[in-house]
Design a binder for this molecule. Structure first.
Ligand SMILES: [Zn+2]
Ligand SMILES: [Zn+2]
Length: 320
């Protein structure tokens, strides 16, 4: 099969179709999404080598459990041991023995086929298109905030970063009844958020005094966003950290202590919540798709992302 492999450089190569371990399903990938994490991996994040990619939708073509065969599915990206203390607590996403598809010790989905444990799979309702289903992972990551925090209705929240994740978080928090201000750099991205009912700002330093928000979500993808988040948050407020970097961030820890700020790391979320939000139309993702490339043009897709202002690039793998 064809696969996009990163081993210091990114290449399209011919590799064997994955062999199935017990309890796994073989999925014929229909569509995959390129994410900021993939681009960070190309810059050295996580030290990953192998088939890239962790956002996909596809159809199960082989599985010992026949009920899965033929199902259109998306898949949770953490593959857990099921036996450790974290797994026993239902926190498999924190299993110390886990592998992560396309990120840590496990081949990814920028390939014609990918293997995953059946326990990771979620059937996609027919009403969700392939283009939208690919967003299950980032929508789940956005909705993870709702699982971690009980948000009082009508609370003012600033979101830093008008990238794909920031725009998804803006929609999820609007759905949760929050009064959202999206702070970004790009008029065309901020316009999307404005249409969804968010207030927007292009210059938070000029527009907002220090301690302007009880909650700030940092989704800029750069370490600088964290400093601005700590500046904007009120004493006793919460800064939710969504970005992963390949370099350490600078942070005024004294301010965090003196103002008793809660820093809350937030990563992957629950796919069933994401599919529900997509199915009911509370989160709209189609406006975020900038361009679709065939898998064979995967290297060009990454070059395009470096050069073009865009939100989401998808890879079409099997179209029928
Ligand atoms: Zn991702
Ligand atoms: Zn475990």
């Amino acid at each position: 099969m064809k696969a996009l492999i990163f081993e210091g450089t990114l290449e399209l190569r011919e590799v064997p179709v994955p062999a199935l371990a017990a309890g796994e399903a073989l999925i014929r990938v229909s569509m995959a999404g390129v994410c900021g994490t993939d681009r960070e991996i190309l810059r050295g994040y996580a030290g990953f080598r192998g088939i890239l990619g962790h956002e996909f939708v596809g159809r199960v073509v082989e599985c010992a459990n026949q009920e899965w065969v033929g199902q259109r599915v998306v898949g949770e990206i953490n593959i857990t041991c099921g036996r450790c203390a974290q797994c026993q607590r239902g926190l498999g996403r924190h299993c110390p023995n886990r592998t992560v598809m396309g990120i840590a010790n496990r081949p990814g989905c920028f390939a014609e086929y990918v293997a995953l444990p059946c326990s990771n799979l979620h059937v996609v309702p027919d009403s969700i298109s392939d283009e939208a289903a690919v967003f299950a992972e980032p929508v789940a990551a956005a909705a993870e905030i709702l699982e971690q925090l009980l948000l009082p209705p009508g609370q003012r929240v600033a979101i830093l970063g008008d990238g794909r994740l920031g725009l998804l978080i803006a929609q999820v928090l609007r759905y949760a009844g929050q009064e959202v201000t999206l702070i970004g750099k790009h008029d065309w991205k901020l316009e999307l958020a404005r249409a969804w009912g968010a207030a927007v700002s292009k210059n938070s330093e000029a527009d907002f005094k220090p301690a302007s928000f009880p909650m700030v979500v940092e989704a800029t993808g750069t370490p600088r966003g964290l400093e601005e988040g700590v500046r904007l948050v009120e004493p006793r407020g919460t800064v939710v950290l969504k970005s992963t970097f390949h370099v350490p961030a600078n942070l005024d820890v004294t301010k965090v202590v003196v103002d008793e700020i809660t820093l809350l790391g937030s990563r992957c979320g629950n796919f069933s919540v994401a599919l529900d939000l997509l199915c009911k139309g509370y989160v709209r993702v189609e406006p975020l798709v900038t361009k679709v490339f065939p898998l064979e043009a995967g290297v060009e897709a990454f070059e395009y992302l470096e050069q073009t202002p865009c939100l989401k690039v998808l890879l079409a793998v099997h179209t029928a």
